[in-house]
Design a protein around this ligand. Structure first.
Ligand code: ADP
Length: 332
Protein backbone atom coordinates (compact mmCIF):
# COMPACT_ATOMS: atom_id res chain seq x y z
CA UNK A 1 0.00 0.00 0.00
CA UNK A 2 2.75 2.41 0.99
CA UNK A 3 4.45 1.68 -2.29
CA UNK A 4 1.28 2.38 -4.22
CA UNK A 5 0.75 5.62 -2.32
CA UNK A 6 4.23 6.81 -3.15
CA UNK A 7 3.97 5.89 -6.80
CA UNK A 8 0.61 7.55 -7.05
CA UNK A 9 2.22 10.78 -5.89
CA UNK A 10 5.11 10.48 -8.34
CA UNK A 11 2.77 9.62 -11.15
CA UNK A 12 0.62 12.70 -10.79
CA UNK A 13 3.37 14.94 -9.50
CA UNK A 14 5.07 14.77 -12.87
CA UNK A 15 1.98 16.37 -14.33
CA UNK A 16 0.51 18.62 -11.64
CA UNK A 17 -1.43 20.86 -13.98
CA UNK A 18 -2.50 19.29 -17.22
CA UNK A 19 -1.60 21.53 -20.08
CA UNK A 20 -4.60 21.55 -22.38
CA UNK A 21 -4.93 22.86 -25.87
CA UNK A 22 -8.04 24.09 -27.56
CA UNK A 23 -7.89 23.45 -31.27
CA UNK A 24 -10.38 22.85 -34.02
CA UNK A 25 -10.70 19.20 -34.99
CA UNK A 26 -13.10 16.75 -36.58
CA UNK A 27 -14.40 14.21 -34.06
CA UNK A 28 -15.35 11.74 -36.78
CA UNK A 29 -11.86 11.77 -38.22
CA UNK A 30 -10.37 11.36 -34.77
CA UNK A 31 -12.60 8.37 -34.03
CA UNK A 32 -11.87 6.82 -37.41
CA UNK A 33 -8.12 7.15 -36.71
CA UNK A 34 -8.41 5.61 -33.25
CA UNK A 35 -10.52 2.72 -34.58
CA UNK A 36 -7.89 2.14 -37.26
CA UNK A 37 -5.23 1.62 -34.61
CA UNK A 38 -7.13 -1.39 -33.35
CA UNK A 39 -8.26 -3.01 -36.62
CA UNK A 40 -5.44 -5.52 -36.68
CA UNK A 41 -5.85 -6.54 -33.04
CA UNK A 42 -9.61 -6.89 -33.50
CA UNK A 43 -9.15 -9.07 -36.56
CA UNK A 44 -6.59 -11.24 -34.75
CA UNK A 45 -9.02 -11.84 -31.89
CA UNK A 46 -11.95 -12.44 -34.24
CA UNK A 47 -13.96 -9.61 -32.69
CA UNK A 48 -16.25 -7.01 -34.22
CA UNK A 49 -15.58 -3.31 -33.82
CA UNK A 50 -18.45 -1.00 -34.71
CA UNK A 51 -18.76 2.74 -34.66
CA UNK A 52 -22.18 4.33 -34.62
CA UNK A 53 -23.41 7.86 -34.32
CA UNK A 54 -26.77 8.33 -32.66
CA UNK A 55 -27.13 11.97 -33.53
CA UNK A 56 -25.54 14.61 -35.65
CA UNK A 57 -22.19 15.79 -34.48
CA UNK A 58 -20.88 19.13 -35.74
CA UNK A 59 -18.13 18.68 -38.29
CA UNK A 60 -15.69 20.71 -36.19
CA UNK A 61 -15.33 21.13 -32.44
CA UNK A 62 -12.85 22.98 -30.28
CA UNK A 63 -11.16 20.88 -27.61
CA UNK A 64 -7.92 19.01 -27.02
CA UNK A 65 -7.88 16.21 -29.59
CA UNK A 66 -4.68 14.59 -28.35
CA UNK A 67 -6.16 14.21 -24.83
CA UNK A 68 -9.43 12.91 -26.28
CA UNK A 69 -7.43 10.45 -28.27
CA UNK A 70 -5.60 9.24 -25.16
CA UNK A 71 -8.88 8.58 -23.35
CA UNK A 72 -10.46 6.81 -26.31
CA UNK A 73 -7.40 4.64 -26.82
CA UNK A 74 -7.53 3.62 -23.18
CA UNK A 75 -11.26 2.79 -23.18
CA UNK A 76 -11.35 1.03 -26.54
CA UNK A 77 -8.03 -0.69 -25.81
CA UNK A 78 -9.39 -2.03 -22.50
CA UNK A 79 -12.62 -3.18 -24.14
CA UNK A 80 -10.65 -5.17 -26.71
CA UNK A 81 -8.18 -6.48 -24.14
CA UNK A 82 -10.91 -7.81 -21.85
CA UNK A 83 -13.14 -9.28 -24.59
CA UNK A 84 -12.59 -12.71 -26.08
CA UNK A 85 -15.75 -13.13 -28.12
CA UNK A 86 -18.40 -10.87 -29.55
CA UNK A 87 -17.32 -7.33 -30.03
CA UNK A 88 -17.06 -3.72 -29.11
CA UNK A 89 -19.44 -0.99 -30.07
CA UNK A 90 -18.48 2.66 -29.88
CA UNK A 91 -21.62 4.82 -29.78
CA UNK A 92 -21.40 8.55 -30.17
CA UNK A 93 -24.11 11.06 -29.43
CA UNK A 94 -24.20 14.73 -28.62
CA UNK A 95 -26.27 17.83 -28.21
CA UNK A 96 -25.77 21.54 -27.94
CA UNK A 97 -25.93 22.69 -24.32
CA UNK A 98 -27.74 25.79 -23.15
CA UNK A 99 -24.41 27.60 -22.73
CA UNK A 100 -23.80 26.98 -26.47
CA UNK A 101 -21.04 24.45 -25.89
CA UNK A 102 -21.45 21.01 -27.39
CA UNK A 103 -21.89 18.02 -25.11
CA UNK A 104 -20.54 14.75 -26.45
CA UNK A 105 -21.13 11.30 -25.00
CA UNK A 106 -19.10 8.35 -26.23
CA UNK A 107 -20.05 4.91 -24.97
CA UNK A 108 -17.71 1.95 -25.31
CA UNK A 109 -19.75 -1.22 -24.99
CA UNK A 110 -18.07 -4.61 -24.87
CA UNK A 111 -19.14 -8.22 -24.51
CA UNK A 112 -16.10 -9.14 -22.43
CA UNK A 113 -15.27 -10.51 -18.98
CA UNK A 114 -17.20 -7.80 -17.10
CA UNK A 115 -16.38 -6.39 -13.68
CA UNK A 116 -17.85 -7.40 -10.32
CA UNK A 117 -19.84 -4.83 -8.34
CA UNK A 118 -17.16 -5.02 -5.69
CA UNK A 119 -14.30 -4.20 -8.02
CA UNK A 120 -16.22 -1.41 -9.74
CA UNK A 121 -15.81 0.98 -6.83
CA UNK A 122 -12.02 0.77 -7.03
CA UNK A 123 -11.55 0.88 -10.78
CA UNK A 124 -10.59 4.49 -11.06
CA UNK A 125 -8.01 4.30 -8.29
CA UNK A 126 -4.47 4.30 -9.62
CA UNK A 127 -2.94 0.81 -9.79
CA UNK A 128 -6.25 -0.93 -9.26
CA UNK A 129 -7.17 -3.89 -11.35
CA UNK A 130 -10.51 -5.65 -11.05
CA UNK A 131 -8.95 -8.97 -10.34
CA UNK A 132 -5.51 -9.99 -9.11
CA UNK A 133 -5.28 -12.45 -11.96
CA UNK A 134 -5.68 -9.66 -14.51
CA UNK A 135 -2.09 -8.47 -14.30
CA UNK A 136 -0.87 -11.95 -14.99
CA UNK A 137 -3.40 -12.67 -17.73
CA UNK A 138 -3.69 -9.35 -19.47
CA UNK A 139 -0.77 -7.24 -18.27
CA UNK A 140 -1.36 -3.53 -17.75
CA UNK A 141 -0.61 -1.15 -14.95
CA UNK A 142 -4.01 -0.19 -13.59
CA UNK A 143 -3.23 3.43 -14.41
CA UNK A 144 -5.19 3.92 -17.62
CA UNK A 145 -8.61 4.61 -16.13
CA UNK A 146 -7.27 6.86 -13.38
CA UNK A 147 -5.48 8.96 -15.96
CA UNK A 148 -8.44 8.94 -18.37
CA UNK A 149 -10.74 10.16 -15.64
CA UNK A 150 -8.36 12.95 -14.77
CA UNK A 151 -8.01 14.00 -18.40
CA UNK A 152 -11.77 13.88 -18.89
CA UNK A 153 -12.30 16.15 -15.87
CA UNK A 154 -9.89 18.64 -17.40
CA UNK A 155 -12.06 18.58 -20.54
CA UNK A 156 -15.18 19.34 -18.47
CA UNK A 157 -16.30 15.78 -18.58
CA UNK A 158 -15.96 12.41 -16.97
CA UNK A 159 -15.31 8.74 -17.54
CA UNK A 160 -17.55 6.31 -15.73
CA UNK A 161 -18.60 2.73 -15.86
CA UNK A 162 -22.34 2.71 -16.48
CA UNK A 163 -22.98 -1.01 -16.60
CA UNK A 164 -21.12 -4.24 -16.12
CA UNK A 165 -21.90 -7.85 -15.48
CA UNK A 166 -19.36 -10.54 -14.90
CA UNK A 167 -19.20 -12.75 -17.98
CA UNK A 168 -21.49 -10.45 -20.00
CA UNK A 169 -19.56 -7.29 -20.65
CA UNK A 170 -19.16 -3.67 -19.64
CA UNK A 171 -20.19 -0.22 -20.78
CA UNK A 172 -17.95 2.74 -20.14
CA UNK A 173 -19.20 6.24 -20.89
CA UNK A 174 -16.93 9.16 -21.63
CA UNK A 175 -18.54 12.58 -21.75
CA UNK A 176 -16.94 15.93 -22.46
CA UNK A 177 -17.91 19.44 -23.35
CA UNK A 178 -16.39 21.13 -26.34
CA UNK A 179 -16.80 24.57 -27.82
CA UNK A 180 -18.41 24.85 -31.19
CA UNK A 181 -16.16 26.08 -33.94
CA UNK A 182 -18.26 28.96 -35.22
CA UNK A 183 -16.50 28.99 -38.55
CA UNK A 184 -18.26 25.78 -39.35
CA UNK A 185 -21.98 25.22 -39.67
CA UNK A 186 -23.55 22.46 -37.63
CA UNK A 187 -24.17 19.46 -39.84
CA UNK A 188 -27.74 18.55 -40.44
CA UNK A 189 -29.04 21.44 -38.36
CA UNK A 190 -31.37 22.53 -41.10
CA UNK A 191 -32.07 19.05 -42.43
CA UNK A 192 -35.36 18.95 -44.18
CA UNK A 193 -35.64 22.72 -44.39
CA UNK A 194 -33.66 25.04 -46.71
CA UNK A 195 -32.70 24.14 -50.24
CA UNK A 196 -29.07 25.16 -50.11
CA UNK A 197 -26.54 22.42 -50.00
CA UNK A 198 -24.86 22.19 -46.59
CA UNK A 199 -21.14 22.11 -46.11
CA UNK A 200 -20.13 18.54 -45.44
CA UNK A 201 -17.40 16.04 -46.13
CA UNK A 202 -19.84 14.75 -48.72
CA UNK A 203 -19.62 17.91 -50.78
CA UNK A 204 -18.15 17.13 -54.19
CA UNK A 205 -18.05 13.37 -53.68
CA UNK A 206 -19.50 10.76 -56.05
CA UNK A 207 -21.56 8.03 -54.45
CA UNK A 208 -23.03 4.91 -56.04
CA UNK A 209 -26.13 3.58 -54.33
CA UNK A 210 -27.39 0.15 -55.40
CA UNK A 211 -30.84 -0.84 -54.20
CA UNK A 212 -33.84 -2.42 -55.93
CA UNK A 213 -36.21 -0.44 -53.73
CA UNK A 214 -36.59 2.92 -55.40
CA UNK A 215 -38.05 4.49 -52.24
CA UNK A 216 -34.91 3.75 -50.36
CA UNK A 217 -32.58 4.87 -53.14
CA UNK A 218 -34.48 8.11 -53.67
CA UNK A 219 -34.43 8.88 -49.96
CA UNK A 220 -30.66 8.33 -49.87
CA UNK A 221 -30.25 10.45 -52.98
CA UNK A 222 -32.21 13.31 -51.45
CA UNK A 223 -30.20 13.23 -48.21
CA UNK A 224 -26.83 13.01 -49.93
CA UNK A 225 -27.36 15.49 -52.76
CA UNK A 226 -28.51 18.03 -50.19
CA UNK A 227 -24.96 17.85 -48.88
CA UNK A 228 -23.41 18.34 -52.26
CA UNK A 229 -22.74 14.73 -53.25
CA UNK A 230 -23.47 13.40 -56.71
CA UNK A 231 -25.49 10.19 -56.38
CA UNK A 232 -25.89 7.54 -59.05
CA UNK A 233 -28.53 4.87 -58.46
CA UNK A 234 -28.24 1.24 -59.59
CA UNK A 235 -31.17 -1.15 -59.20
CA UNK A 236 -29.21 -4.38 -58.84
CA UNK A 237 -25.71 -5.75 -58.37
CA UNK A 238 -24.99 -6.20 -62.08
CA UNK A 239 -25.74 -2.57 -62.78
CA UNK A 240 -23.66 -1.50 -59.79
CA UNK A 241 -20.59 -3.40 -61.00
CA UNK A 242 -21.01 -2.05 -64.54
CA UNK A 243 -21.39 1.54 -63.34
CA UNK A 244 -18.37 1.24 -61.05
CA UNK A 245 -16.32 -0.02 -63.99
CA UNK A 246 -17.16 2.95 -66.13
CA UNK A 247 -17.10 5.82 -63.63
CA UNK A 248 -15.11 6.89 -60.65
CA UNK A 249 -16.95 6.64 -57.31
CA UNK A 250 -15.63 7.69 -53.91
CA UNK A 251 -17.86 5.24 -52.07
CA UNK A 252 -20.37 2.53 -52.90
CA UNK A 253 -23.46 1.46 -50.94
CA UNK A 254 -24.84 -1.99 -51.76
CA UNK A 255 -28.17 -3.30 -50.62
CA UNK A 256 -27.67 -6.94 -49.62
CA UNK A 257 -30.83 -8.34 -51.18
CA UNK A 258 -31.10 -7.40 -54.84
CA UNK A 259 -32.30 -9.32 -57.90
CA UNK A 260 -29.81 -10.82 -60.44
CA UNK A 261 -26.79 -10.18 -58.25
CA UNK A 262 -26.95 -9.59 -54.52
CA UNK A 263 -24.75 -7.31 -52.45
CA UNK A 264 -22.29 -10.04 -51.48
CA UNK A 265 -21.60 -11.09 -55.06
CA UNK A 266 -21.35 -7.47 -56.17
CA UNK A 267 -18.84 -6.77 -53.39
CA UNK A 268 -16.65 -9.70 -54.48
CA UNK A 269 -16.71 -8.61 -58.12
CA UNK A 270 -15.99 -4.98 -57.28
CA UNK A 271 -12.96 -5.99 -55.22
CA UNK A 272 -11.79 -8.40 -57.91
CA UNK A 273 -11.98 -5.60 -60.42
CA UNK A 274 -9.77 -3.51 -58.19
CA UNK A 275 -12.21 -1.12 -56.53
CA UNK A 276 -10.32 -0.06 -53.38
CA UNK A 277 -12.53 2.56 -51.78
CA UNK A 278 -15.18 1.98 -49.09
CA UNK A 279 -18.10 -0.35 -49.80
CA UNK A 280 -20.93 -0.22 -47.29
CA UNK A 281 -23.64 -2.84 -46.89
CA UNK A 282 -27.29 -1.85 -46.55
CA UNK A 283 -29.23 -4.54 -44.70
CA UNK A 284 -32.88 -4.89 -43.85
CA UNK A 285 -32.37 -5.98 -40.26
CA UNK A 286 -30.23 -4.66 -37.47
CA UNK A 287 -29.64 -8.26 -36.36
CA UNK A 288 -26.14 -8.59 -35.01
CA UNK A 289 -25.42 -11.84 -36.87
CA UNK A 290 -26.32 -10.17 -40.14
CA UNK A 291 -24.12 -7.18 -39.39
CA UNK A 292 -21.29 -9.57 -38.52
CA UNK A 293 -21.85 -11.51 -41.72
CA UNK A 294 -21.47 -8.39 -43.86
CA UNK A 295 -18.31 -7.30 -42.04
CA UNK A 296 -16.88 -10.83 -42.31
CA UNK A 297 -17.60 -10.77 -46.04
CA UNK A 298 -15.42 -7.68 -46.35
CA UNK A 299 -17.85 -4.76 -46.28
CA UNK A 300 -16.30 -1.77 -44.54
CA UNK A 301 -19.43 -0.95 -42.60
CA UNK A 302 -23.11 -1.72 -42.38
CA UNK A 303 -26.17 0.54 -42.42
CA UNK A 304 -29.64 -0.81 -41.67
CA UNK A 305 -32.97 0.03 -43.20
CA UNK A 306 -35.12 2.02 -42.73
CA UNK A 307 -32.38 4.53 -43.49
CA UNK A 308 -31.73 7.04 -40.78
CA UNK A 309 -30.47 10.35 -42.08
CA UNK A 310 -27.87 10.94 -39.34
CA UNK A 311 -26.56 7.40 -39.47
CA UNK A 312 -26.25 7.55 -43.26
CA UNK A 313 -24.41 10.88 -43.27
CA UNK A 314 -22.15 10.10 -40.35
CA UNK A 315 -21.17 6.66 -41.60
CA UNK A 316 -20.34 8.00 -45.04
CA UNK A 317 -18.35 10.88 -43.60
CA UNK A 318 -16.30 8.55 -41.43
CA UNK A 319 -15.44 6.31 -44.37
CA UNK A 320 -14.80 9.17 -46.76
CA UNK A 321 -12.44 10.85 -44.30
CA UNK A 322 -10.63 7.57 -43.67
CA UNK A 323 -9.86 7.44 -47.35
CA UNK A 324 -8.55 10.94 -47.61
CA UNK A 325 -11.49 11.98 -49.77
CA UNK A 326 -11.88 15.14 -47.71
CA UNK A 327 -8.38 16.29 -48.53
CA UNK A 328 -8.85 15.54 -52.18
CA UNK A 329 -12.13 17.41 -52.42
CA UNK A 330 -10.84 20.41 -50.52
CA UNK A 331 -7.68 20.69 -52.54
CA UNK A 332 -9.27 20.29 -55.94
P1 ADP B 1 -4.91 -1.56 -17.05
O1 ADP B 1 -5.78 -1.91 -18.19
O2 ADP B 1 -3.55 -1.06 -17.46
O3 ADP B 1 -4.84 -2.62 -16.01
P2 ADP B 1 -6.88 0.46 -16.40
O4 ADP B 1 -6.85 1.52 -15.35
O5 ADP B 1 -7.12 0.90 -17.78
O6 ADP B 1 -5.50 -0.29 -16.30
O7 ADP B 1 -7.94 -0.61 -15.97
C1 ADP B 1 -7.97 -1.05 -14.64
C2 ADP B 1 -8.65 -2.37 -14.51
O8 ADP B 1 -10.04 -2.23 -14.78
C3 ADP B 1 -8.17 -3.43 -15.48
O9 ADP B 1 -6.99 -4.07 -15.04
C4 ADP B 1 -9.35 -4.38 -15.49
O10 ADP B 1 -9.32 -5.22 -14.37
C5 ADP B 1 -10.53 -3.43 -15.35
N1 ADP B 1 -11.12 -3.07 -16.66
C6 ADP B 1 -10.96 -1.93 -17.35
N2 ADP B 1 -11.67 -1.93 -18.49
C7 ADP B 1 -12.32 -3.12 -18.51
C8 ADP B 1 -13.24 -3.73 -19.43
N3 ADP B 1 -13.64 -3.11 -20.56
N4 ADP B 1 -13.70 -4.96 -19.12
C9 ADP B 1 -13.31 -5.59 -17.99
N5 ADP B 1 -12.44 -5.07 -17.09
C10 ADP B 1 -11.95 -3.86 -17.35
Amino acid sequence: MAYHGASYYIFFATDPKLALEEISFDLKELLADVMDLFREKVREKGLELQLSFLENIPSRLLSDPSRLRQILINLIGNAIKFTEKGGIEVKVEGHESSDSTFHVKIQVIDTGVGISAEAMGQLFQPFSQADNTHTRRYGGTGLGLALSQRLAAALNGKVEITESQVGQGSTFAFTFNANLDDKDKKLGSSAGSGKNSEKSLLTGTRILFADDSSDNALLAERILTKRGATVVIATNGVEAVELAGSRDFDLILLDIQMPYMDGYQALRLLRLEGYKRPIIAVTAHAMSHEIKQTLDAGFDANITKPLDQSVLINTLEVWLSKNGIRRRVLSS
